[in-house]
Design a binder for this molecule. Structure first.
Ligand code: PEP
Ligand code: MG
Length: 879
């Protein structure tokens, strides 16, 4: 037990956030009504089954006596009645999740005395509130019964709000409420104020374990054993006539971040009337007009609080017959835009420094500011929901295959590509479409990864969506049919699909970040750029991009990338070019196919290296399963069967089928991929390496500063790396020699299999750098398919509480993270100069950046639109 003036803001664990705030305000000399706090310690004792802690009530009695002395009033004395509020308040804010009882101490005798003093309306209004809250909270009566009674009376009297109920009506209501209490408990409201208080305190303790509170804690990760404090404070009354009222305000605008007090005031009302929205409050400026003195006093207190807490504060206040009381303060919740603006403006005002400003914002807030959004509409409901795989807002006509997506886009139409799931073959469609939706797949499925890379809006795992590419239509549960060409809107930030075209607002922040426009007039844009520049000055982590095309590379540079950390080369050989690989595998004009592949690679590498002049470009050797380059086995089998029916199968077709069958795999992600191709198709790797080496020498000869590096995917054993490295170094050296130069390209290894992580010490002896491929590392460590698991069971796992987060989104620090940490440590121990990067999706996840910084990673490589987010987070980790 502590009296308010004995505590301070540092005591939130014991006094709860609200109590600590009240105590701090008392210290600051703000007009806080006197009171005392039953600590969380007492609640914990009660919760552990020990009943009311020893001596608690004696302490309450003595604090009550002190409170009577301070207030000049007496608990239960009709001549000078003291009423108190009994409020919950835990260490962490749990808004509205626990209980409160107001007006404790009101009795028949007190009411009668107030009526006799001419305050009938105030008396009955306070009394009915006590019966209602006490009935619900202490006696466990369904609150709906009281609400129904109140609404019934309002209807009967034609009152549009509680404020229109006069004293007689409120007296009647008090009687009705008490009748409900008697009916449900067999007893009337206790007329002994101390009994009311004692029960109210226990009810607040018990509300810690109410269903709402438990659910909220589970969601927010608040421990279950903290308990709540109970704040017992003298009631001050905003419902005491015209010169009384209640308000809620902020020291700045919590939506835009603009300076100056912001809030609502409701005359002749108690605090809960403002929050419940049952009457329309007035703006603070209106209060300034009506009560300039009061408004001035309030503004002074707000300034004191903000200066003291050095941040945006949220304040509840009450005016009782012209006298201002501050009832609560806490740090104010704010929109992402306001968070940036407030942090930077507080720094400019000298209240905090820029390092601290950086800690007041985060990458997730920046992410929401970078994406276009739909203009807010309350009257539209989504057709379906799925996973928010790539943020943004887009609309277009539905198409069901990549060819149509490309065709229609070429005709100037906007399309949304819907697929059951996507494969590398859909690259062209993904590039062409404004948005992508899939019925299957999780947050690291192919569609999600590619869409994020391209900055395309994407929703995966859309519940109940059935895509039928043959009949060119999609269906949703409830008989909704969407034929090809139907216009839909996709909200990738929320994971929602809408019918029709919704209005889109571009993000001014993204536009300015890309343009490096540091002179924007928009205060939020200016704040984002200021904090990004500060993050860049502070961060130790490098930020690179996962990019393949010059278009992506240019975007990456505009967003501030310091190079390309992962160029996935497979896109060069998919789509129409797939046949080149097929020709190679079937041994049909092998030399011709190889020459073509090398030529293509040479052209692409040249433009990529030019675009990234002066910066590293890490080129990864071909990675996806071989069979993705071959025809679909089922389709081909059908074609052969039809040909047979018609009486003859061409030998070439038969050979095609045989080859496709030969390379078909039932578990391709664990099949012939990455470095393993070296055993089957070394020529393709040779062609890639030679093309990169040639492009490098030519560009360097022409005076360009280009910095390519090579990277080997899916290595499990050092012998694989040794073989690959020897082959690659031989080719690079040959090219150099042919040009009369000594050429050396750094060669790194992707650590994306548990075995690679466990044998990192050996790998490090043959690698210039490691790059952690956390997508495959998560898939293989968990034994969960990154493409299928979301729809099959991951979502259900999260619903059931088995998984708190998606391991494909935020790094699983204990499992996958432990492997990363081990490999980083062992690798560096063997080879202190070893470079360490991460290029899986986790490298672009704001919530994972701290982990990578902690385990000593040098750089993160992520899709271009996420670069500013990672720059900011990397800066935050460094201050
Ligand atoms: C990874 O596995 O994390 C990775 C970056 O490679 P990909 O996603 O191309 O398999
Ligand atoms: Mg991989």
């Amino acid at each position: 037990m502590l009296e308010l003036h004995e505590g301070d803001r540092t005591m939130a664990a014991l006094l709860g956030g609200k109590g600590a705030g009240l105590a701090e305000m008392s210290r600051l000399g703000l007009p806080v009504p006197p009171g005392f706090i039953v600590t969380t310690e007492a609640c914990r004792a009660w919760l552990s089954g020990g009943g009311e802690p020893d001596g608690l009530w004696d302490q309450v009695e003595s604090a009550l006596t002190d409170l009577e002395r301070r207030s000049g009033l007496r608990f239960g004395d009709p001549a000078a009645p003291l009423l108190v509020s009994v409020r919950s308040g835990a260490r962490f804010s749990m808004p509205g999740m626990m209980e409160t009882v107001l007006d404790v101490g009101m009795t028949d005798a007190v009411a009668a005395a107030l009526v006799a003093r001419g305050e009938a309306r105030f008396a009955w209004d306070s009394y009915r509130r006590l019966v209602q809250m006490y009935g619900r909270t202490v006696l466990g009566i369904d609150g709906g019964l009281f609400d129904a009674q109140l609404m019934g009376l309002r209807t009967e009297l034609g009152a549009t709000s509680d404020a229109h109920l006069d004293a007689a009506a409120l007296q009647r209501l008090t009687g009705e409420f008490r009748r409900i209490v008697v009916e449900h408990t067999g007893a009337d409201l206790p007329q002994e104020p101390r009994e009311q208080l004692r029960h109210a305190v226990v009810a607040v303790f018990a509300s810690w374990n109410g269903e709402r509170a438990r659910l909220y804690r589970a969601h927010e990760g608040i421990p279950d054993d903290l308990g709540t404090a109970v704040n017992i404070v003298q009631m001050v009354f905003g419902n005491r006539g015209e010169r009384s009222g209640s308000g809620v305000c902020f020291t700045r605008d919590p939506v835009s971040g603009a300076p100056g007090a912001f809030g609502d005031y409701l005359p002749d009302a108690q605090g809960e009337d403002v929050v419940s929205g049952s009457r329309s409050p007035m703006d603070l400026s209106e209060l300034a007009r009506r009560e300039p003195g009061l408004h001035h006093e309030l503004s002074e207190h707000l300034r004191t609080l903000e200066t003291h807490y050095r941040d945006l504060c949220d304040v509840e206040f009450t005016v009782e017959r012209g006298r201002l009381w501050i009832l609560q303060t806490r740090l104010g919740k704010r929109s992402p835009a306001a968070a940036f603006r407030i942090a930077v403006e507080l720094a400019e005002e000298g209240v905090i420094d820029l390092d601290e400003a950086l800690t007041r914002v985060d990458g997730t807030q920046l992410q929401t500011l970078l994406h276009p959004t739909f203009a807010a509409r309350e009257d539209v409901r989504p057709l379906a929901t799925g996973l928010p795989a790539s943020p943004g807002a887009a609309y277009g006509q539905l198409v069901f295959d990549s060819a149509t997506a490309m065709e229609w886009t070429a005709l100037g139409r906007q399309v949304v590509l819907a697929r059951p799931e996507t494969s590398p073959d859909d690259f062209g469609g993904l590039l062409a479409a404004r948005a992508v939706i899939t019925s299957r797949g999780g947050l690291t499925s192919h569609a999600a990864v590619v869409a994020r890379g391209l900055g395309r809006t994407c929703v995966t795992g859309v519940e109940g969506l059935v895509v039928d590419p043959v009949d060119r239509l999609a269906t949703l549960p409830g008989g909704v049919t969407l034929p090809e060409g139907t216009v839909v809107s996709v909200d990738g930030t929320a994971g929602e699909l809408y019918a029709g075209q919704r209005e889109i607002q571009p993000s001014p922040v993204a536009t300015a970040v890309e343009a490096g426009d540091t002179h924007s007039e928009d205060p939020t844009v200016r704040a984002v750029l200021t904090l990004l520049a500060h993050a860049d000055a502070r961060r130790r982590l490098g930020v690179l991009a996962n990019a393949e095309t010059p278009e992506e590379a240019r975007a990456a540079r505009r967003f501030g990338a310091e190079g390309i950390g992962l160029c996935r080369t497979e896109h060069m050989l998919l789509g129409e070019r797939r046949v080149l690989v097929e020709r190679l595998v079937t041994d049909e004009d092998r030399e011709g196919a190889l020459a073509e592949i090398e030529q293509l690679a040479h052209a692409e590498f040249t433009s990529l290296l030019e675009t990234m002049e002066g910066l590293p470009v890490v080129v990864r050797l071909l990675d996806p399963p071989l069979h993705e380059f071959l025809p679909d086995l089922v389709e081909l089998s059908v074609e052969v069967a039809r040909a047979e029916e018609r009486g003859g199968v061409e030998p070439a077709l038969e050979r095609r089928l045989a080859t496709t069958r030969r390379w078909h795999e039932s578990n391709p992600m664990l099949g012939l991929r990455g470095v393993r191709l070296l055993t089957v198709l070394p020529q393709i790797i040779d062609a890639q390496v030679r093309a990169l080496a040639e492009a490098t020498v030519e560009l360097r000869d022409a005076g360009h500063d280009v910095r390519p590096e090579l990277m080997v995917p899916l290595v499990a054993d050092v012998a694989e790396l040794v073989a690959a490295r020897a082959r690659m170094e031989g080719i690079v050296a040959d090219v150099g020699r042919a040009h009369g130069a000594s050429l050396h390209l750094p060669i790194g290894v992707m650590v994306e299999l548990p075995r690679a992580a466990l044998t990192a010490a050996e790998l490090a002896q043959h690698a210039d750098f490691f790059s952690f491929g956390t997508n495959d590392l998560t898939q293989t460590t968990w034994g969960i398919s990154r493409d299928d698991a979301e729809a099959n069971f991951l979502a259900a796992y999260r619903d059931a509480g088995i998984l708190a987060t998606d391991p494909f989104k935020t790094i699983d620090e204990v499992g996958v993270g432990a492997l990363v940490e081990l490999a980083a440590r062992d690798g560096r121990r063997t080879c202190p100069e070893l470079g360490l990067g991460a290029c899986g999706e986790h490298a672009g996840d704001p919530a994972s950046v701290a982990f990578f910084a902690r385990v000593g990673i040098d750089y993160l490589s992520c899709s271009p639109p996420r670069i500013p987010v990672v720059r900011l987070e990397a800066g935050r980790q460094a201050v």
